[in-house]
Design a binder for this molecule. Structure first.
Ligand code: GDP
Ligand code: IMO
Ligand code: MG
Length: 429
């Protein structure tokens, strides 16, 4: 038995939450290791729908949730999310949720700058979630961030606020936005401290103990490889590393403890926010995918851009992300489509390419090369075993498997937890 890391293989919203929830029944602890409340993970359990942003999806199964040092934590958003899911009957307490004492905090000036910068970019905007993710990660590498542990040290916070406010107020003033005062920020932090500190601990130590006891750890990625700050469609990316190796540094375990790397991909492609999207559809088919797949951002409610499955991109994500098995989700959304297209590579300024290059202009110029595959008239919706799938749907899945150069491990056929086909158990490695 091994640990498992779940990561997105496209541009996010592949259904990671559903897969993590499904796998969590056999895990002992679920760990978030990067991102923040820019993530939106939807879990459907019977009549109840849970929308989680910061909380590890395993909490819905009553499993221990851990927020690692690699996550940027907005304390107000966290407390609001805890209150919301408690209202849905979930138990969240310092017994069920542990937060790394070295996680970076998102404070009110982070979303303020995030939004002001996006507004100033005009048409060149990234389309961020506006939640302050980028600025908070900038502070972390700039070594001025206020971290969870600092909540216990008023003097440290006061000292850091001097530098932080010098930085933020200069920028905000320049952008014509209201600035922040040290008194108000310190009072804000001091009020939050007693609510957050009971969850704080060196989570690396707990994970080390659990691992030695033979407990199974499930690492829950947010965003996806193509939104990775190094490997994605830069600059239209998020500000963290989303690949599986980030699970180690983002939670404080060795790289070998990450275990089996499971990549999640939709049976087509979607993207929220700006940036290149070679297989995007602007026609009736794209509109239909959005409607049938209910493609609206969980966090911002923005309609997601939709397009054909891009096997060249997922193949790239498989290699970069170290994906050992792929989960194909939302196969049911393709039910009844007469014809499907799969992108196998690109034509960029007249040259053929099997991958998306790093240059911003080259990425924008990438045109998809397609192969066409017949659709199916039967239904995949709710299928729980291979034999429930139309023969042509199996052919589609098998062709994707060949093109992305990774074995298909699971197939998801509805938002419901148990509507999942297991081809191979990821915990078996
Ligand atoms: P995540 O960010 O990767 O966790 O994905 P989101 O939760 O943001 O978006 C995925 C959406 O698709 C959610 O609304 C899920 O309930 C839904 N979903 C997941 N798997 C399936 C599936 O196999 N079929 C259908 N129709 N919907 C699915
Ligand atoms: P989950 O975990 C889809 C996108 C934003 C924007 C870019 C940068 O639900 O898959 P940020 O606020 O992170 O600075 O925005 O990244 N983005 C996501 N897109 N799913 C997500 O999370 C996302 N998190 C960020 O739309 O294009
Ligand atoms: Mg999402």
């Amino acid at each position: 038995m091994t640990n498992v890391a779940v990561i997105g293989a496209q541009w996010g919203d592949e259904g990671k939450g559903k897969v993590v929830d499904w796998l969590a029944s056999r895990a002992d602890v679920v760990v978030r290791f990067q991102g923040g409340h820019n993530a939106g993970h939807t879990l459907v359990v019977g009549n109840e729908t849970y929308k989680l942003s910061l909380l590890p999806s395993g909490l819905v199964r009553g499993k221990l949730g851990v927020i690692g040092n690699g996550v940027v934590v907005d304390p107000e958003a966290l407390l609001a999310e805890i209150a919301r899911v408690q209202g849905q009957g979930l138990k969240v307490s310092p017994e069920t949720l542990r937060i790394s004492e070295s996680a970076t905090l998102i404070l009110p000036f982070h979303p303020a700058l995030d939004k002001a910068r996006e507004a100033a970019r005009g048409d060149a905007k990234i389309g961020t979630t506006g939640r302050g993710i980028g600025p908070a990660y900038e502070d972390r590498v700039a070594r001025r961030a206020i971290r969870v542990a600092d909540l216990a040290e008023p003097e440290t916070m006061a000292l850091k606020l001097d530098e932080l406010l010098r930085h933020y107020n200069t920028l905000l003033r320049e952008l014509g936005v209201e600035t922040f005062t040290k008194e108000a920020m310190l009072a804000h932090l001091l009020a939050l401290a007693p609510k957050i500190l009971p969850f704080a601990e060196p989570v690396w130590e707990r994970l080390d103990t659990l691992r030695k006891e033979g407990k199974r750890i499930l690492f829950e990625g947010a965003q996806a490889v193509m939104l990775d700050v190094d490997h994605g469609t830069y600059p239209f990316v998020t500000s963290s590393n989303t690949v599986a190796s980030a699970a180690a540094s983002g939670s404080g375990v060795g790289p070998w403890a990450v275990g089996f790397v499971l990549g999640i991909a939709k049976a087509y492609t979607t993207r929220v926010g700006s940036g290149p999207f070679p297989t995007e559809l602007f026609d009736e088919t794209g509109r239909k995918l959005g409607e049938r797949g209910f493609e609206f951002g969980t966090v911002t409610g923005r309609p997601r851009r939709c397009g054909w499955f891009d096997a060249a991109m997922v193949r790239q994500a498989v290699k970069i992300g170290g994906i050992q098995g792929l989960v194909l989700t939302k196969l049911d959304v393709l039910d009844g489509m007469p014809e499907l297209k799969i992108c196998t590579g690109y034509r960029i300024n007249g040259e053929r390419s099997r991958h998306l290059p790093a240059g911003m202009a080259a990425q924008a110029a990438a045109l998809p090369e397609y192969e066409t595959i017949e659709g199916w008239s039967g239904s995949c919706r709710g299928a729980r075993s291979w034999v429930d799938l139309p023969a042509q749907a199996i052919k589609y899945v098998r062709r994707i498997e060949e093109l992305v150069e990774a074995p298909i491990t699971l197939v998801s056929t509805s938002p419901e937890r148990d509507d999942t086909i297991m081809v191979r158990d990821p915990f078996e490695g």
